[in-house]
Design a protein around this ligand. Structure first.
Ligand code: C2E
Ligand code: CA
Ligand code: CA
Length: 603
């Protein structure tokens, strides 16, 4: 303790001394101190003072002769580098060389020493145990009167902690913590560099936007932690197949982005190259994943946009173009890639405005239902199918084909579907309570809506809120559902069937559902698709198919209904095949709720 105190005292008194008498002559500033200067005389007189400073300094210190041979080092040197005094003396500072710095670095260092008499800077050294560490180093040259080098004195401190913190801060600012990939900020930095590089070189670069298909389903069904592992695995695969000079970043969620640079000067060739990378990515991601002993397969949709000399736009513009192209790949049926072209922008704008307006529409009662009657062969009313309409204040009545796909892609379908369920059940309950006989109301259910974890609850809640008779509610689902997770689908149907709800398979014959699965599902009705009905009187194949469907429905004890019936000949033909339920323009177009009353009988 007393030694430390003493050292502390000496250090501060020495500092004072240095600042007063060294300021003009300090070897740390100038190299021309006469050897008979008071500094050296004092050193002769009070060697213990300087020795104490040297021995107790927390900075490593080293004195070397004109040939750079180490004459002396202090204990801090040994502590920081791992080399003892005995091991160091006689060596050169090369002992600590890390190999990190190149020749030009050392050239500059020596130039400064030779011309200015000192050098200061950051350096990476190698510890005796092989580990690299960063130091802040000061080297001074001591010369005699004839400017002959006598000594080099150097002191340095370990700044590894500072450098590590710096690195961590950089990582936080530039890397995505989940995947370790670049984040959006770093990606945009690199993209900007590449845009300039492409301008200079005339070589094309490409931005590829990647979005996993149906990732939300994985998150919803297997949990976010599992979803994170999938994302990490995707990141790993992307890094493995791309070149080191390509940048791959995660934008967040299940969105990734890839930057390819220096492709070629020719647009066609550049497209081919980017396309083949995209295909490689698709193939790699499609390989089965084994995560937590669960196997799964996931695909992705990719959008590509190219840039070169002619590109004057921002990084944002490129990202948005690639995003738009990715979107096109999604609509093309996913698990594919597409290239951006200017026409896509217009479509994207339209989509965006529909999405915004649809949100507004939902909150402002612009979503209404039409009802299309269904009749038996004796022209008796069997029920209705509810068909959604968007009553737009300026654009008029918008058909579901123009907004449902957008609602499905944006997830708005969940809210929209709940509204439709409520409106339909509410209307049916109202008819019943007014004494009208409506045997059933069919309600269309989007596959996205059905697959949502909350689907069963949302139906039950509509039943309870409206007090409708569940036995009069028929849900129309499509075959596409059956391809996925049959057991889950069956379970949801079973829960609703317990309440009395019935199910119809819409557009039957157009999907590619396995009939074996169909047999396992608690279905009540098959709805023959309009496309078969349309050609039933003209096309023998369609007629044969309709015949087969009707026969199969009979053997599975399922009801059957034909939709899109437009002519008497079609009715006649269908009756001939044994079909006794119809829906179509021949009978009635879909009607607004108020007009339906005319079709209804009391009691
Ligand atoms: P969908 O379920 O097959 O509905 C039948 C469609 O055929 C309706 O078109 C209807 O207006 C039309 N249609 C009826 N009879 C005839 C006919 O004789 N000839 C012709 N050419 N067409 C006929 P809409 O209302 O435009 O609906 C289109 C599709 O939008 C529906 O096909 C359904 O897939 C979807 N959709 C409609 N309403 C809803 C809804 O409330 N929820 C969900 N999820 N989807 C709905
Ligand atoms: Ca339908
Ligand atoms: Ca249909």
């Amino acid at each position: 303790m007393s030694v430390l105190k003493k050292a502390g005292y000496f250090n501060t008194s020495l500092e004072r001394e240095m600042s007063s008498s060294f300021q003009q002559h300090s070897p740390f500033v100038t190299t021309t101190i006469p050897l008979n200067h008071a500094y050296y005389r004092q050193f002769q007189i009070e060697p213990t003072l300087y020795q104490c400073f040297f021995e107790h300094s927390s900075d490593a210190m080293l004195i070397a002769d004109a040939d750079c041979k180490i004459l002396h080092v202090n204990p801090a040197f040994a502590a920081i580098t791992g080399y003892s005094l005995e091991e160091s003396v006689g060596q050169t500072p090369h002992l600590l060389s890390s190999g990190v710095h190149n020749d030009s670095f050392y050239d500059q260092l020596w130039e400064s020493l030779n011309q200015k008499g000192y050098w200061r800077g950051e350096l990476v050294n190698k510890h005796k145990n092989g580990e690299l560490f960063s130091i802040w180093q000061r080297i001074n040259v001591i010369e005699d009167d004839n400017r002959q080098v006598l000594y080099y004195i150097s002191s340095f401190s370990d700044i590894s902690i500072i450098k590590n913190t710096e690195r961590k801060l950089w990582q936080m600012a530039h890397l995505d913590s989940l995947s370790g990939l670049a984040n959006r900020a770093l990606f945009e930095q690199r993209l900007l560099q590449e845009i300039f590089a492409a301008k200079r070189s005339g070589q094309f670069g490409a931005v590829i936007f990647l979005d996993l298909d149906d990732f939300k389903k994985i998150n919803d069904s297997l949990g976010h932690k599992y979803g994170d592992k999938v994302l990490q695995e995707v990141a790993k695969r992307l890094q493995t197949i791309l070149r080191t000079e390509d940048t791959v970043a995660r934008l967040g969620g299940d969105e990734f982005i890839i930057l390819l640079s220096g492709l070629t000067h020719n647009l066609d060739d550049a497209e081919k190259m980017a396309g083949s990378v995209a295909q490689k990515v698709l193939d790699a991601l499609l390989q089965v994943y084994l995560i937590d002993s669960q196997e799964l397969q996931i695909s992705a949709s990719l959008g590509i946009t190219l840039f070169s000399t002619a590109f004057d736009e921002s990084t944002e513009k490129l990202l948005s173009q690639a995003d738009i192209a990715m979107y096109a790949a999604k609509t093309e049926g996913k698990s594919t890639f597409s290239f951006y072209h200017p026409g896509m922008q217009e479509q994207a704008n339209k989509r965006l405005s529909i999405e915004t307006e649809l949100r507004f529409a939902l909150q402002n009662d612009q979503i209404i239902l039409f009802y299309q009657p269904q009749y038996g062969s004796g022209h008796q009313l069997l029920g209705f199918e509810a068909l959604v309409r968007w009553q737009h204040p300026e654009k008029g009545m918008i058909s579901p084909d123009d907004f449902l796909p957008i609602a499905e892609e944006t997830g708005l379908i969940i809210e929209l579907g709940e509204r439709i369920l409520y409106l339909a059940c509410h209307q049916l309950a109202a008819w019943h309570s007014q004494g009208f006989e409506v045997p059933h109301l069919a309600i269309n259910i989007s596959p996205v809506q059905f697959n949502h974890f909350n689907f069963v609850e949302s139906v039950i809640s509509a039943l309870e809120l409206t007090g409708v008779n569940p036995y009069a509610v028929m849900l129309e689902i499509t075959e596409s559902l059956i391809i996925k997770d049959v057991n889950e689908v069956i379970e949801k149907m079973r829960l609703l069937k317990q309440r009395g709800i019935r199910f119809s398979i819409d557009d039957f014959g157009t999907g590619y559902s396995s009939l074996a699965y169909l047999q396992r599902m608690p279905i009540d009705q098959l709805k023959i698709d309009r496309s078969f009905v349309q050609d039933i009187t003209r096309n023998e194949n369609d007629a044969a198919l309709v015949n087969a469907i009707i026969a199969m429905a009979g053997s599975l004890k399922l009801d059957i209904i034909a939709e899109g019936v437009e002519t008497f000949e079609q009715v006649d033909h269908l009756v001939g095949c044994g079909c006794n339920a119809f829906q179509g323009y021949w009978f009635s177009r879909p009607l607004p709720g108020a007009e339906v009353l005319a079709k209804l009988d009391k009691g």
